[in-house]
Design a protein around this ligand. Structure first.
Ligand code: FAD
Length: 303
């Protein structure tokens, strides 16, 4: 399995394939995990999910951003989606990676872009989540979060359970809305747990800490039923009301389980990626869980 994982990570990093795939539309089963290509596609998909009792966090996919002009195009597309969501009165908020709007180019430039996005989001009464990327980007992402928190209350970020410094972050941001995840990047042993058991243990500890300290809302983002069952028991034992937290999963993964959680009365939010830049996201999802190769096999054998 590690060989397959490395292969799909490598495939996700090939820019010429990424560029070619932008012209193709959704292919190879990607439509199962990506919500569409255009803003209109995404709004329609969000309406469908809202009708099933789920809220949505949307992610306008954008990869390999190295030029200011590209970052500005991404920022404009995100603002277009915020405005379209507001007009359509859908239940959705934004998830954004700061590298998509220029963090790999220049810190101040990215800060300027996220400020423009925050202004549009505030006008639309929408929450903005700063997605967390690999560790070298974490310090800058947290610095930008601190800047934004001086002006806005509708912004939060992601805490990765594999990082040793996450318990301090959860305490520091106890009054901020946080998404807690296991962590998706390959980080070295001097800053992050490597062992699955340690990561799972840290994950549950962080969830409990954020649920019981401060006023910040907790988004528990996982497909792991063991963790979800533990959270269900913990909130029951500690009389934590359902409006303090939600479960989040990626669009297209464990869909039946998602519906079950909604039926059980939990707040549930679907992470919906969309846009022509679907290829690298799709490859990373297969790398994360090579069983997802079934999506490709099914699409090829049924087309
Ligand atoms: P895993 O450890 O992958 O799986 C645990 C167990 O759950 C498996 O053994 C299996 O029994 C079951 N399981 C998992 N997936 C499936 C499936 N598809 N079908 C059936 N059973 C399954 N990471 C970041 O670093 N930054 C972010 O900003 C970020 N945002 C995220 C947002 C959302 C909404 C989600 C869901 C994840 C996000 N992640 C992010 C990714 C996260 O860090 C993990 O890499 C990813 O979620 C895989 O871990 P897991 O908790 O789902 O469980």
């Amino acid at each position: 399995m590690p060989v397959l994982r490395d292969l799909f990570i490598k495939l996700s990093e090939i820019k010429p394939i990424n560029d070619a795939s932008k012209q193709m539309g959704l292919r190879f089963g990607a439509q199962k995990v990506v919500g569409g290509i255009t803003t209109e596609d995404a709004v329609k998909k969000i309406q469908e999910l809202n009708n099933k009792g789920m809220s949505v966090t949307f992610d306008n996919l954008g990869e390999f951003i190295t030029e200011r002009s590209e970052a500005n195009i991404e920022k404009d597309k995100i603002i277009e989606m915020i405005k379209a969501s507001n007009q359509a009165k859908i239940n959705a908020h934004l998830s954004v990676k700061l590298t998509q709007i220029g963090l790999n180019i220049d810190y101040d430039f990215a800060l300027e872009n996220i400020r423009e996005i925050m202004k549009a989001a505030k006008e639309a009464n929408m929450f903005v989540n700063l997605d967390m990327e690999s560790y070298p980007k974490k310090v800058e992402t947290m610095k930008i979060l601190d800047e934004l928190l001086k002006e806005y209350d509708n912004v939060g970020t992601v805490i990765q359970a594999y990082l040793f410094d996450s318990p301090q972050d959860v305490l520091k941001y106890k009054d901020v809305r946080l998404r807690i995840v296991k962590g998706a990047y390959k980080e070295p042993g001097n800053i992050a747990y490597q062992d699955k058991t340690d990561i799972d243990k840290s994950f549950f500890e962080l969830i409990k800490a954020h649920l019981t300290n401060g006023t910040g809302f907790t988004s528990i983002a996982t497909h792991d039923h063991n963790i979800i069952n533990k959270v269900k028991a913990f909130v029951k034992e500690n009389n934590i009301s359902n409006d303090k937290f939600e479960f989040q999963m990626l669009y297209g993964f464990r869909t039946e389980y998602q519906h079950e959680l909604v039926k059980e009365g939990y707040n549930f939010c679907v992470y919906l990626p969309y846009g022509p830049d679907w290829y690298a996201y799709f490859m990373r999802r297969i790398a994360e869980r090579p069983q997802n190769i079934n999506l490709v096999v099914k699409s090829v054998t049924t087309s």
